[in-house]
Ligand binder design. Structure first.
Ligand SMILES: [Fe+2]
Ligand SMILES: [Fe+2]
Length: 447
């Protein structure tokens, strides 16, 4: 019912009210004639007095009059309405163009070939070409092949789906300079709603992009400087024990490889993400930083240490852990130092609980320290120390297998075995770098 009511209402709204006026006049005439017939069916003098003697001429006159009223008024009404609609459209277009010209972003309309149909002032300014000249230019003229291909694909996608692409990045080449542009595209349609091209907005993000790149570069430099500083400080402690070498550079590589392998194990995948891997790479080198507090006489003693002497050496875990804890407390937020601290404290703990300083067992030992324990021992086994020769990779690997579940976490051993060839490769590379470094200064002074 409501549906019909609405339909009727719409039709009345749309109807020419003057047509209704014409119908009303026709009906009035019919009513008048009927009244005259009722009140004076024989005496038509009154009728004649009003409409003239020739009654047969009255009818057509009235009908023509009504038709004139109906159609004449209707035509006039339609013309007026159209005039109003055209004026409203003009006004709306004017407003639309004013808005387009006043916005900071570049606005473009191109045909399906990419030729400009319309651009606003900002677009012309961004491209560095007068509006009049842009009419003969193509969107792709301002891009290299790679970017043109990317944008072309985006436009095709928009044409295929009919959906706008609200933001995509591309690069424009303007007079040899690169502009970083964020653009949007949607279909341009004609008055019947048929697609005839593309239109969209361009935002010049070059300044922002440059700032981002500068910021990233600064961050990279700070990060590099920090890593180098930490490595330098950690080496000061390491030199006192091992005397030389790239032990720290090697174990951070081993730790990263093992952590990457463990991240694929469902048991650890929720704990080991890229941040964890980056952190273990950074913090692993701090594991023996506490050795700065150990006496040289014990660190470099060629004979076996007594129990008392070994107890003193064991303290390097606590000294290192506490030193990092102290630094960490000065820093806001979480940093890789949190992991460095747990590694320094726990890298001599053993899976079966026979390690030091606290005799932690199994998973009570932090995972990072379980990884470093293996990496540190593998490197000690495969390199020459003043108290032993270097063992081969295979011998070290077999010794680690023997210590699975005793010294080392079985899962960490499994991960090591899965990547041992990669670790061996890194070991060889790093040892080669080390021997090159030792030979180079000697050559430089002609010895
Ligand atoms: Fe240690
Ligand atoms: Fe070490």
């Amino acid at each position: 019912m409501n549906k019909f009511k609405k339909l009727f209402q719409n039709r009345v709204d749309m109807a020419d009210y003057m047509v209704l006026t014409g119908i009303f006049l026709g009906a009035l005439y019919w009513a008048l004639e009927s009244l005259l017939n009722v009140f004076s069916p024989e005496e038509i003098s009154f009728y004649e007095e009003i409409f003239g003697p020739n009654i047969s001429e009255v009818w057509p006159r009235l009908i023509v009059f009504c038709l004139f009223l109906m159609f004449g008024s209707h035509v006039q009404f339609t013309i007026n309405e159209r005039k109003k609609a055209v004026e409203a459209l003009k006004e709306s277009e004017e407003k639309y163009r004013t808005i387009l010209e006043s916005i900071e972003e570049g606005y473009y309309e191109v045909d399906f070939e990419g030729y400009f149909v319309f651009v606003n002032d900002s677009m012309s300014k961004t491209l560095g070409v007068p509006k009049i000249d842009l009419r003969f230019m193509n969107f792709w003229d301002f891009m290299d092949d790679e970017n043109a291909g990317l944008v072309y694909e985006t436009f095709l996608e928009c044409r295929r789906t009919g959906k706008p692409v609200k933001a995509f990045d591309c690069e424009f080449n303007i007079d040899g300079a690169t502009l970083y542009i964020e653009a949007s595209v949607s279909l341009l349609r004609d008055s019947r709603g048929l697609p005839i091209g593309y239109r969209g907005v361009l935002r010049d993000r070059t300044e922002k992009k440059k700032m981002e790149m500068d910021l990233l570069e600064s961050y990279r430099k700070v990060h590099e400087a920090r890593t180098a500083t930490i490595l330098g400080l950690a080496k000061l402690a390491e030199y006192r024990d091992e005397g030389t070498g790239t032990h720290l550079e090697r174990i951070r590589e081993y730790a990263r490889i093992i952590a990457q392998e463990l991240s694929m194990n469902p048991k650890f995948s929720d704990r080991i993400d890229q941040q964890y891997i980056d952190d273990i790479y950074q913090s692993s080198i701090l594991h023996d930083i506490g050795k700065v507090g150990s006496p040289d006489a014990l660190l470099l003693k060629p004979a076996k240490l007594t129990k008392e002497e070994f107890d003193i050496i064991k303290r390097h875990t606590l000294m290192g852990g506490n030193a990092i804890k102290e630094i960490e407390s000065q820093i806001e937020g979480k940093s890789f130092l949190a992991m460095g601290k747990e590694i320094a404290f726990n890298h001599h703990e053993k899976w079966d609980g026979s390690g030091y300083p606290r005799g932690l067992k199994g998973e009570a030992i932090p995972l990072s320290a379980r990884i470093i324990a293996l990496a540190d021992v593998y490197d000690a086994l495969t390199t020459k120390r003043f108290y032993k020769e270097a063992y081969s990779h295979d011998k070290a690997k077999n010794m680690i297998i023997d210590l699975k579940g005793k010294h080392f976490d079985p899962e960490v051993v499994n991960a090591f075995l899965a990547v041992h060839e990669k670790i061996n490769h890194v070991r060889k590379e790093k040892l080669k770098e080390e021997s090159d470094l030792i030979q180079r200064p000697a050559q430089a002074i002609g010895r």
